[in-house]
Design a protein around this ligand. Structure first.
Ligand SMILES: [Zn+2]
Length: 345
């Protein structure tokens, strides 16, 4: 048995812990509901108990590289403190890395949940074989992760890769971030539901209104199902979402000129039906893409821009989190230096 690492995905409803060996095989996975574990202490205890149990079982056959933890929210990467998390209310300035390390005596690497998803796809999924990648994660909102030359790009304070708050419509609806018309208002679960609500309230979506009544509410999946049944309003919502996403991808291609752009998350399930609209928008808005689009039928020629959907589904974050402690030190992360270089001539 080869050496292994433990990947943890700390979500709003589930805590998942997995043992992954160096070649990328997932050996075992445990899912725990976080519903009854309301305090950070209880959740970290449950997490550590499960990590210990799994690590103890696999240790006789291989070395434990360490533990990688993907967390939604703002993390201070230097101190290992979780500043705040929209999915984990009550977690303010919690020293999560110290707590886990103290209980387990093992090396722990914390990372933003979108960044671990990107690392998972880069290692074993849609980004495999490329040296750099950008990933959009479509969930409730829209997150992102940048991998440059094999390492996560953190920016100056760990906040790099927030495509959800790029402006799509300057005069669009207000966003919780303070901006107007963010990408998140037009794509991702919140964006799809916001547009559906607007259409129902305006009285121009009888089918959506009926679906909502019959199901006691709306989900992006219900809107998508209506669109596949030919409902024009639902189709229009997904077309707008595709256009918004295509516009954002075009902007990132122009800014970064990377070889691989990956779209992951729940809404990526609609890829087959709506990717033609995404490609159309990217082609129209990015001359960098037009100059580097792969020729028809050729999968991965070098020097081309590849746009694809994610391949690992909900497990991408688990794989990516487990990958972090396996990486050599120079690939642990890229950071922009916040110090000013003074010219000492
Ligand atoms: Zn915003």
């Amino acid at each position: 048995m080869p050496d292994f690492a433990i990947g943890v995905d700390l979500g709003g409803t589930n805590l998942r812990v997995a043992v992954v060996e160096e070649q990328g095989t997932l050996l075992e996975k445990v899912t725990i509901s976080t519903k009854l574990l309301r305090t950070p202490e209880r959740l970290v205890s449950a997490m550590c108990e499960n990590i210990e149990e799994l690590a103890g079982r696999f240790r006789p056959s291989g070395r434990l590289h360490g533990i990688g933890v993907g967390i939604p929210g703002i993390i201070d990467l230097h101190t290992g403190v979780l500043r705040e998390s929209p999915n984990l209310p009550g977690w303010h300035d919690y020293p999560i890395r110290e707590e886990i390390e103290r209980r387990l005596g093992a090396r722990v690497i914390l990372e933003n949940d979108a960044n671990v998803a990107a690392m998972g796809e880069f290692w074993l999924g849609a980004g495999r074989g490329f040296d750099s990648m950008f990933m959009f994660t479509l969930g409730t909102g829209i997150g992102g992760g940048i991998i440059l030359d094999g390492a996560i790009w953190h920016g100056m304070t760990g906040m790099a890769g927030e495509p959800g708050h790029m402006t799509f419509d300057p005069d669009g609806p207000p966003c919780a971030c303070g901006n107007n018309g963010c990408l998140e208002q037009f794509a991702g679960a919140n964006g799809v539901l916001r547009m559906a609500r607007e259409a129902i309230n305006a009285g121009r979506a009888p089918e959506l209104a009926r679906t909502e009544r019959e199901n006691g509410g709306l989900t992006p999946k219900l809107v998508y199902q209506l669109s596949t049944q030919g409902d024009e309003v639902a189709r229009g919502i997904y077309r707008t979402a595709s256009k918004a996403l295509g516009t954002a991808i075009a902007a990132m291609i122009n800014a970064l000129n990377l070889p691989s752009f990956v779209v992951g998350g729940g809404v990526a399930g609609a890829w087959e039906a709506f990717s033609p609209y995404i490609y159309e928008e990217v082609r129209r808005r990015s001359f960098v893409y037009r100059a580097t689009a792969p020729p028809e039928g050729k999968l991965m020629p070098p020097g081309r821009t590849h746009i694809t959907h994610a391949l690992l589904g909900a497990d991408s974050g688990l794989y990516g989190a487990a990958r972090l402690p396996m990486l050599p030190e120079e690939l642990e992360a890229h950071e922009a230096k916040s110090t000013v270089q003074t010219n000492s001539k």
